[in-house]
Design a binder for this molecule. Structure first.
Ligand code: NDP
Ligand code: VSD
Length: 328
């Protein structure tokens, strides 16, 4: 007769499997595949950096791509770059995302969208105390309100499209790791990027029945024209905190973003630190992968500890810097 203790012992390795099964049953939304080939992808900020890299990759994969930004000259340059690299034509749309009517006109002109990528963004680092209200408003209006304008303009057409084609669609929003954790010098920027998370979580519930999947992408520092500009005025303390992390290339981030979109992932991380951040900040976000859900459930406590170590390091850097410069 097998002892009950032996049976219990046998159960230990089986428990994680049972847990995985339970999670596979629970996770929502259900895993989905969003095809890119042959579909209409509209990318804002598609004339530079991460957006341009996404436009190039989506074109090369056989999507019909439209790019939207303000500067006509930069858009034309991007169109030429994409034509040269892929032989494909992209539609260019000049509009300022802060202008809801201009966005609606541009979206109308582009035609119904299958995959919307809200990637436009501005980042002007500065301590809140010293940053002009104008620059604060600029970041909130472009990063947050601009994204709202876009989604409101694109949704009706997207819903019609999913009904017509029966294929899932995607709304991807490019946030930032500064949208997962507040970092010195990114007060206004972080506020604009954290806001996108609330927007995305609620939106996913609102559009799931229309077969639309929301993705939130969290890139680290990425080599782009925008980052070159940012460096000209990034506070020294922001540098000290952020420079410990490795920069990514725009096309690496673009690939992560597109892969996330294609697999209908809600949270899309771009590097190893990003994966740790995602576990530490999982909160109540939608999760369609039972494997990732498993890592979140069992990694949360440990990642909280790692997060506390990071905060210890950051506050130590700030204390030392301010002591050296006789501040505070
Ligand atoms: N690079 C980085 O280190 C990181 C970037 N991100 C995020 O990724 C996104 C892209 O960044 P990146 O590639 O570096 O950006 P860039 O500065 O290189 O490009 C920004 C793009 O957005 C467009 N844009 C800016 N303002 C508006 C507006 N008001 N209306 C329409 N289009 C606008 C720009 O065109 P134009 O000026 O002609 O309008 C340009 O095409 C941003 O949302 C950023 O916050 C996140 C983490 C790190
Ligand atoms: C669990 C613990 C994990 C810890 C990992 C921590 C790493 C966080 C670093 C945050 C860097 C923020 C970069 C923002 C880049 C950006 O958006 C700008 N280039 C634009 O201003």
């Amino acid at each position: 007769m097998a002892s009950p203790y032996l049976l219990l012992l046998l159960l230990i390795p089986v428990l994680p499997l049972i847990f995985l099964l339970v999670l596979a049953f629970l996770v929502r939304p259900r895993p989905a595949k969003v095809p890119v080939k042959g579909r209409h992808v509209l990318i804002t900020g598609g004339s530079s950096g991460i957006g341009l890299a996404m436009a190039l990759q989506a074109s090369a994969e056989g999507a019909r791509v439209s790019i939207l930004a303000r500067s006509k000259a930069k858009l034309e340059e991007a169109r030429d770059t994409i034509r040269l690299a892929t032989g494909k034509e992209v539609t260019i749309l000049s509009a300022d995302v802060r202008d809801a009517e201009a966005v609606a006109r541009a979206v109308d002109e582009a035609g119904p969208i299958d995959i919307l990528v809200a990637n436009q963004g501005v980042f002007i680092p500065q301590e809140l105390e010293f940053q002009d209200l104008e620059e604060i408003r600029l970041q909130v209006e472009i990063n947050l309100m601009g994204t709202i304008h876009l989604i409101k303009a694109a949704l009706p057409g997207m819903k019609q499209n999913t009904k017509k084609t029966g294929l899932p669609a995607s709304i991807a929003i490019i946030s930032s790791q500064a949208g997962q954790v507040g970092v010195y010098g990114y007060t206004a920027y972080s506020a604009s990027k954290f806001a996108l998370r609330g927007l995305a979580e609620a939106l996913q519930q609102e559009v799931i029945s229309d077969n639309i999947y929301v993705s939130l992408v969290f890139p680290p520092d990425t080599e782009t024209p925008g980052l070159t500009e940012e460096h000209k005025r990034r506070p020294e303390l922001t540098n000290l905190i952020v420079a410990a992390s490795e920069q990514m290339k725009a096309d690496e981030v673009a690939k992560k973003a597109l892969d996330g979109i294609k697999s209908g992932k809600f949270i899309v991380s771009c590097n190893f630190e990003g994966v740790m951040l995602a576990i530490a900040t999982a909160g109540l976000s939608p999760q369609s992968s039972y494997m990732t859900a498993f890592a979140e459930v069992f990694g949360a406590g440990f990642m909280r500890f790692v997060g506390i170590c990071f905060q210890w390091n950051w506050f130590t850097i700030i204390e030392k810097y301010n002591a050296k410069h006789n501040r505070g």
